[in-house]
Design a binder for this molecule. Structure first.
Ligand code: ZN
Length: 426
């Protein structure tokens, strides 16, 4: 049986792995500075003779790169934007994303990314006897083809179901006795609905034992609801980006977290200050996929926020760091007392309390050294007495923070482009 469990890399002491990553990062930076015109201009090569000591040193010497930067470079100098670090003839694969971003891989990169995805699949419990339906897009973007290759490395049988056609997906999954599905949580929910519409009970007429959800934000209850709908299938989660591959995947022992791949150098930083967060806290993900030849991205700043990062050993035996669920985008979430609040969470709580509650604005300030949250909601005169108190109780339960809720009229609601106003000093 083919296995994608790397005893050496996945159970290495975190300190040894960290040193190994810093050495690989030093190599990658030197190659990028020597071979890509963008990094050649950006970095001072005399400054790269000394290896990197730690992640503080890394951040001091190497600027992070955002998706906007990549897009700007590639628009100005298409198709690669000066990011290519090998001669063009060594590229064997191009991808083009809807916004126009181009990725270019060498044969070595292709193999390396396929194995990275296969390792995540193995951690999530997929095996060579699985029959896997892939419900991602196959055209132009990496998703469909890379998952397909990774499943076949495991020895599993794939069906390229592709995106869309939920009714056909349900019928064909029954026909093939599909045991695993990979896709967006919302689309897999839609397949369950389409199955029911055709008289197929997703819990008893399908053979799914693993559902791997990837690629979009979802509520904390999405996994439970999918497991119920599909008759107790194990619902696992993975996180990836085109720039860094399959960054993290959930193992069979910890349903709340995902193991970070050993070839990804991860930095979790406060989305405002850029400081590394403490173990157990959440923040923005900065990723460097090590060992890449074609188009290295140094310190890719994703804008994605994770609930937490932790380094304690896992019951599965892996010693690699674990990150929590991706809760949203930097700039769109409000961090209060270590908890991230989202517009969707507030909206869903208000809708549960009373659908007549309208627009809202959350204001956070720090009047006496403690964060204070005020939620102003349109609804004065429209809903019964006690609605505000009820909303505050539900927010405490769902968001784990105390919020003062005040009902206002439409005119009284503060004007704000965002759903929140952060009035804390500093
Ligand atoms: Zn684990």
């Amino acid at each position: 049986m083919t296995t994608f469990w790397s005893e050496e890399l996945e159970t290495m002491s975190p300190q040894v792995l960290h040193q190994r990553q810093l050495a690989a990062f030093t190599d990658l930076v030197r190659t990028a500075a020597g071979s890509s015109s963008f990094y050649g201009d950006l970095l001072d090569r005399s400054d790269l003779e000394r290896p990197f000591d730690d992640l503080v040193d890394v951040a001091e010497r190497i600027p992070a790169l955002r998706k906007d930067d990549i897009m700007r470079l590639q628009r100005a100098d298409p198709p690669y934007g000066g990011l290519l670090a090998v001669p063009e003839e060594r590229i064997v694969r191009h991808y083009v994303y809807p916004a126009g971003q181009v990725l270019a891989w060498t044969a070595g990169d292709q193999r390396s990314f396929e194995e990275q995805f296969a390792m995540g699949l193995f951690a999530s419990g997929l095996r060579s006897d699985d029959r896997v339906n892939l419900t991602f897009q196959f055209g132009w973007v990496a998703a469909g083809t890379i998952w397909d290759a990774a499943c076949r490395h495991l020895g599993a049988a794939t069906s390229p179901g592709g995106a869309g056609e939920s009714a056909r997906q349900a019928l064909n999954m029954r026909l093939l006795r599909t045991t695993a599905i990979i896709g967006f949580a919302t689309f897999i929910e839609r397949i369950a609905e389409a199955a029911e519409e055709q008289g197929i009970d997703p819990a008893s007429d399908l053979d799914l034992r693993t559902i791997l959800i990837v690629g979009e934000w979802h509520g904390s209850d999405a996994k439970t609801s999918l497991a119920e709908r599909f008759g107790g299938a194990a619902v696992r989660e993975a996180y990836g980006t085109g720039e860094a591959g399959l960054v993290a995947a959930e193992c069979e022992a910890d349903a709340a977290a995902m193991h970070v791949h050993p070839d990804v150098m991860l930095e979790v930083r406060d989305e405002h200050t850029g400081d590394l967060v403490q173990d157990g806290s959440g923040g923005e993900l900065y990723l460097t996929r090590l060992g890449i030849e074609g188009m290295p991205f140094l310190r890719y700043r994703t804008g994605d926020l994770t609930e937490f990062v932790r380094a304690d050993p896992c019951a599965c035996g892996r010693t690699t760091a674990r990150i929590g669920r991706i809760v949203g985008r930097a700039g769109e979430l409000l961090r209060v007392k270590g908890v991230f609040l989202s517009e969707q969470l507030i909206r869903s709580v208000l809708d549960d309390v009373d659908r007549r509650l309208g627009r809202f604005v959350m204001t956070v300030d720090r009047p006496s050294g403690q964060d204070h949250l005020l939620l102003q909601v349109e609804g004065a005169g429209r809903v019964p007495d006690g609605t505000a108190a009820q909303a505050a109780r539900r927010l405490q339960e769902r968001g784990a923070v105390a919020v003062e809720v005040v009902l206002t009229t439409a005119e009284e609601l503060p004007r704000s482009e965002k759903w929140f106003i952060d009035a804390r000093a500093g």
